[in-house]
Design a protein around this ligand. Structure first.
Ligand code: AMP
Ligand code: ZN
Length: 665
């Protein structure tokens, strides 16, 4: 076998495994084997650059950075869809269609309307060429590099299809993946994303495709656009598309009559909440492509298709009370306590009111009758007040002035949407919340101790703060509810083991406001010990890369608090890691101090992440884009040509992986 044949074989194999996994949902190879084949291919491609191919499976890992997305004019306009809201609307539409066509012989494709971001994928000769967002329908943004990281999108087709075509579909974020992203954000002290749709479309415009690659995006395809007349019906074109590699939803159903369309609508209206992603309606399309052509377009939408919107489920109920929740950082969230009511299959008793502005905007008052809706979001929301039912003696809502838990006066800083309870050390949910954060998986990761037990330990007066954990004994814990000797021992063992957790995680665990996982890493690396961090002044803090005023101030507040100083002293006595370990210092030097690196391409002796870590460990800085400030580009294989030109134009030194390794040894 020649090298070229070997490369082609590996690409085919990897493409097939990708297709099996991401489109068909079946596994045909172990992760390990897949990775080693990918590495093998990568190596062959590097050694034989003449066989480079932009659509090779090695090109999907991300790594490109786009500062400005190029505007591209669509070859075929991307139309909207006309909407309908009732069966009568659908019947009227059918009448219009049949009148134009002069026949009652019409068949329909019934599809779910996915809620994401529409995308137009161009293919030529079985190869993926580019991906463009819908934009205003005439022009969109070229997001090719970001789209390539979505593994359910085929880059080369498995079999013959149309030669020249565009594939249209929707980029979506499945609900599971969305929830996982939010869990991570919460654990990092970041705000949650609002809904999957905005997060999906926002993802397409991220500048760093490596970030896009990390997001669990998917792409569902629903339209082949081409001049070639290979297929007679829309349905046929899609089922063939699915055979050559595209992820076409299995829910697409052929309807022989409008009654069968109604069946589809009714069925999914009831079952849509069981789907792994969000849908807000149905799209009905005339199936025959010749008929589609005859029907054509209005100024805005095809005449051969119509969307049917599901009614967002809505009920009205009475607001009994507004209560306020206190989070671990002291942030206050107002909660509407409702007269229990059935909605979309669940009993709703509470709805979030977000913040004071939201309450004012709604003008919501106790005893009001309110409309509650469950859209795509998991938590129901109050969309409006039924003012007709408002009681005459109702009183405008005054936002809480004091903490519901500790009665301290709330504060709201300029620019903050939320009110805060400043009583960090005396406010029960903040105390408990901080300890719960301390023991959580991404922080001290204490086995054998969970959030509820923390609550219990607090209530029993056994702990007041996280330092108290280290004084707990098995004997103290055994008498607790649902505690046996074994579980008590596990818990104490877990606490002891947490003394080995590295400093950067400890720093995150401390729960300093605005110090999430990433910031904690930066600070640990820079200051190396809690003493140096706590002794730093404002200027020193903001001189650290990516540390802004807000974070700096929060660290100063933390460090100047006597309670915190005592806590840290006790952690030190307990033996918790409050400085970077000797081992991790060992590999660290100042050899690259002040130098800025850009990393591009594929590497062999270490992974891209290891390379970046090595740069940082040796005092250098990694930047994602080339600028005048860049000192070196570490170029692996297949470095992007635009990067190469830019580097050459700016006269920046381009070094190899080996050159880099030599630098730090
Ligand atoms: P609208 O934005 O309300 O005008 O609806 C048109 C959009 O619906 C299209 O741009 C697509 O992004 C989206 N859509 C979702 N599912 C489908 C589908 N099955 N067929 C056609 N369009 C769809
Ligand atoms: Zn409080």
């Amino acid at each position: 076998m020649t090298v070229q044949e070997k490369i082609i074989l590996l690409r085919d194999e990897l493409n097939t495994h990708n297709y099996n996994y991401y489109v068909l949902d079946t596994t045909s190879i172990s992760d390990f084997e897949f990775d080693s084949k990918l590495k093998e291919l990568d190596k062959l491609e590097t050694e034989n650059p003449e066989f480079f191919n932009a659509n090779s499976p090695t090109q999907r890992v991300g790594g490109t950075v786009t500062k400005n997305f190029e505007t591209v004019t669509h070859k075929n306009r991307m139309y909207s869809l006309d909407n309908s809201y009732s069966k009568e609307d659908l019947l009227d539409w059918e009448k219009r269609v049949q009148k134009v066509l002069g026949t009652t012989e019409t068949e329909y494709s019934c599809e779910l309307k996915f809620d994401g971001a529409s995308i137009n994928l161009t293919y030529e000769n079985g190869q993926f060429i580019k991906a463009v967002t819908r934009g205003d329908g005439f022009q969109g943004d070229d997001v090719t590099n970001n789209i390539k990281t979505i593994l359910s999108i085929p880059l080369s087709l498995k079999d013959d299809f149309v030669t020249d075509f565009e594939m249209r579909g929707e980029i979506i974020l499945p609900i599971d993946g969305f929830n996982k992203m939010n869990e991570e954000r919460l654990a990092n002290g970041e705000d949650e994303y609002r809904n999957p749709r905005n997060t999906a479309s926002g993802s397409l415009k991220l500048q760093d495709s490596t970030e896009v690659a990390k997001r669990p995006l998917d792409c569902l395809l629903y339209q082949v656009v081409t001049e070639e007349r290979k297929y007679k019906t829309h349905f046929e074109s899609l089922s063939t598309a699915s055979k050559v590699g595209f992820k076409v939803p299995k829910t697409i159903t052929l309807a022989k009559s409008i009654d069968e369309v109604f069946d589809f609508v009714n069925n999914w209206d009831a079952k849509r909440h069981d789907l792994p992603y969000e849908t807000d309606g149905v799209v009905v399309k005339v199936n025959n492509l010749q008929q589609q052509e005859e029907l054509g377009y209005t100024a805005k939408a095809p005449r051969w298709a119509i969307a049917y919107k599901f009614k967002a489920e809505q009920v009205s109920t009475v607001l009994n009370e507004i209560t306020y929740q206190v989070g671990r950082t002291g942030a206050i969230t107002p909660v509407a306590n409702l007269e229990p009511v059935q909605l979309a299959g669940t009993t709703v008793k509470r709805a979030s009111l977000h913040n004071a502005d939201q309450i004012e905007k709604l003008d919501i008052r106790i005893n009001d009758t309110v409309f509650v809706e469950k859209g795509g979001e998991i938590i129901p929301k109050i969309i409006a007040i039924d003012f007709i039912k408002r009681l005459e003696n109702s009183i405008p809502t005054k936002y809480a002035t004091n903490c519901p838990e500790c009665n301290t006066e709330l504060i709201r800083s300029k620019g903050d949407a939320k009110h805060y309870c400043p009583n960090e050390f005396g406010c029960a949910p903040q105390i408990t919340g901080r300890i719960q954060h301390y023991i959580s998986r991404k922080a001290m990761d204490i086995d054998g101790l969970g959030g509820e037990t923390v609550d219990l330990l607090r209530k029993e007066g056994l702990i007041q703060n996280y330092a108290d954990l280290y004084n707990l004994t098995v004997e103290q814990v055994i008498p607790l509810e649902r505690m046996a000797e074994k579980s008590a021992q596990n818990m104490i063992d877990g606490i002891i083991k947490s003394k080995e957790i590295p400093f950067e995680k400890v720093l995150f665990a401390l729960g300093i406001r605005f110090v999430g996982e990433t910031v904690a890493k930066k600070l640990a690396k820079h200051f190396k010990s809690i003493e140096f961090l706590m002794a730093a002044d404002f200027e020193t803090l903001i001189s650290v890369d990516e540390i802004g005023d807000r974070i700096a101030q929060s660290i100063l507040d933390f460090s100047s608090d006597l309670g915190n100083i005592q806590l840290i002293d006790r952690l030190k006595v307990a033996g918790v890691q409050l400085q970077v370990s000797v081992e991790s210092l060992e590999n660290q030097t100042e050899l690259l101090q002040g130098q800025i690196f850009v990393v591009s391409g594929v590497f062999y002796q270490m992974s891209r992440n290891e390379l970046k870590k090595a740069i940082e460990d040796n005092g250098g800085k990694v930047s994602s884009s080339i600028s005048k400030k860049t000192n070196y580009i570490v170029a692996g294989d297949n470095m992007g040509p635009s990067k190469l030109t830019k580097a050459q134009d700016l006269g920046i030194a381009i070094i190899s992986e080996q050159d880099f390794i030599d630098k730090i040894h």
